[in-house]
Ligand binder design. Structure first.
Ligand code: ZN
Length: 408
C-alpha cells in the first residue's frame, strides 16, 4: 500500500533526436543505469503537460501537473515569484516582479538593474510598508537587484500595464489600466503615485547620494512588471490530504512550492545550476519523508542547458543526475516515486516545445510494463500510454487509493 509520494521534475528534460547523437535524444544517449533500472520497475508513458499542442511555460506547467489547473490558477508570474521570497500572500493582493533600477531626473532609464547591484535589502526596507489611498506597498528584496512587490488593499486589479520599458535610455512608462474597470483605473493611479513617492524616498537616501559620488548609478526606481492578482487557493495539504515539502534550487520553483502552501526546505548545494548537488537534494528528499507525505523535488539545469543549445552539457548533466538517482531507487515499498519533466526543451530550438515528456510511476503496486530504459521512444511504448498534465495528480491519488468513488 502506497502511503507517500516523491515527485521529481527534471526541468526541460526531454528533447528531439540529434544527429550528433546518432539520432538519439540527450536522455536516450546519456548513460543512465539508475534511471533505466527505475524505469524497468515502473509504469511508463508520455505526458502532455498542458494538453496536446500547447507549449508550456515552466510556471504554468508546474501548477498544472501539481493538480492546479493553469486556466484557473495562473494569473501571472508575479504572484509565484513573490511567494518564493517569503511574502505571505492574501486573496486579492496584486503581485509584481520588480527590479531596482536607475533613472535620471526625467525618469529615463540609466540602468534597469542598477549596475547589477548585489543587494537591495536597504532600499527595499526604505519603501516597504508605504501607504497611499488605503493601499499598502510591500517590497521584499530578491536576489541581487530583484525585488518582490505587492499592492494590498481593497478594490485592486491586475489589469494594468508594466512601467518597465525593458530598455535603457527609454523613459519609464506610465502605468495604464488595460481594461475599462474602475478597479484597473484605481490600481494604475495608485501604482503611479507609489512610483513617484518611492523615487523621492530612494533619491534622498544617503547610500544613493554616496553611490552617485562614487560614480555609481543610484538605486532610485522600482521597476515593476507582470502584475498578477493572487487567486483563491486551497493549499496542497488540504486539497490532497498530504503534508507537502518542496526541494528546489531555482527561485521560481521555490515560489511554486510556497504558492501551493508547501514547506520549502533549503538544501545546501542546491543551486539550480549545472553545478547543483543533486545527491544532496535526493538525500534531503529521503530525510523529509520522515515528516512529509509528498515531496516535490525540482532539478533545473537540464532545461538551462537545452536553452543554451548545449546538447553535450545536457547529456552530461543527465548522467550526473542519474548517479544521484541511485538514492531514490532505494525508496521503501510504501513510497511512490514519480519522475517526469515540465516540458521538452529541444537543443535545436533553444526554447520549450509542445512535444510530450516522459513520465514514470515506480512502485511494486503500479502496473509495471515492459519498458527497459528511460527515453522518449522507449516510453512511447509504455503501459500508461499518453496522459495529460492535469491527470498526473489524479493518477498519484489513484495509486494511493485516495480517489472518491464515482457512482455507488
Ligand atoms: Zn521548465
Amino acid at each position: 500500500m502506497i502511503k507517500k509520494a516523491v515527485f521529481v521534475v527534471f526541468d526541460g528534460l526531454c528533447d528531439r533526436p540529434l544527429k550528433e547523437f546518432g539520432g538519439k535524444t540527450p536522455l536516450e544517449h546519456a548513460k543512465t543505469p539508475n534511471l533505466d533500472a527505475i524505469a524497468k520497475r515502473s509504469q511508463c508513458g508520455l505526458m502532455h503537460p498542458l494538453g496536446f499542442g500547447k507549449k508550456p511555460g515552466s510556471d504554468v506547467s508546474h501548477l498544472n501537473i501539481l493538480g492546479y489547473p493553469y486556466d484557473q490558477y495562473y494569473t501571472g508570474r508575479g504572484p509565484i515569484e513573490v511567494a518564493g521570497l517569503g511574502i505571505k500572500l492574501q486573496d486579492g493582493d496584486v503581485a509584481f516582479r520588480g527590479n531596482f533600477g536607475s533613472v535620471d531626473g526625467n525618469w529615463n532609464i540609466l540602468d534597469r538593474r542598477c549596475g547589477r547591484i548585489k543587494d537591495v535589502t536597504e532600499f527595499a526596507a526604505a519603501i516597504d510598508g508605504l501607504e497611499i489611498d488605503d493601499i499598502k506597498l510591500i517590497v521584499k528584496p530578491g536576489t541581487a537587484y530583484r525585488a518582490g512587490v505587492v499592492l494590498r488593499g481593497k478594490g485592486l486589479s491586475a489589469a494594468i500595464s508594466d512601467c518597465d520599458p525593458h530598455e535603457e535610455g527609454k523613459p519609464v512608462m506610465t502605468v495604464k489600466p488595460t481594461d475599462n474597470t474602475k478597479q484597473a483605473a484605481f490600481t494604475a493611479a495608485v501604482l503611479n503615485k507609489f512610483l513617484r513617492k518611492t523615487n523621492e524616498i530612494l533619491n534622498a537616501m544617503a547610500t544613493n547620494k554616496q553611490r552617485v559620488k562614487d560614480g555609481l548609478v543610484p538605486a532610485n526606481f522600482l521597476l515593476v512588471r507582470g502584475a498578477g492578482v493572487v487567486p483563491t487557493m486551497q493549499p496542497f495539504h488540504e486539497k490532497f490530504g498530504m503534508r507537502a515539502a518542496c526541494i528546489a534550487g531555482g527561485g521560481l520553483y521555490k515560489g511554486i512550492g510556497s504558492f501551493l502552501g508547501m514547506d520549502v526546505l533549503s538544501v545546501p548545494g542546491a543551486t539550480g545550476m549545472p553545478d547543483t548537488d543533486v545527491a544532496a537534494k535526493c538525500n534531503a528528499v529521503v530525510k523529509s519523508l520522515e515528516s512529509y507525505d509528498f515531496v516535490f523535488c525540482h532539478i533545473k539545469a537540464s532545461d538551462s542547458l537545452g536553452e543554451d543549445g548545449n546538447h553535450v552539457g545536457k547529456k552530461e548533466f543527465i548522467e550526473k543526475a542519474d548517479k544521484a538517482m541511485a538514492i531514490l531507487a532505494k525508496l521503501p515499498d510504501d513510497v511512490l516515486l514519480v519522475i517526469t519533466a515540465d516540458h521538452t526543451t529541444p537543443c535545436e530550438l533553444k526554447t520549450h516545445s509542445a512535444d510530450p515528456v516522459t513520465i514514470l510511476f515506480c512502485n511494486p503496486s503500479c502496473r509495471i510494463d515492459d519498458v527497459q530504459e528511460i527515453g522518449e521512444r522507449a516510453f512511447a511504448k509504455g503501459g500508461l500510454g499518453r496522459i495529460d498534465g492535469k491527470d498526473v495528480m489524479t493518477q498519484i491519488m489513484n495509486l494511493m487509493g485516495k480517489l472518491h468513488l464515482v457512482g455507488a
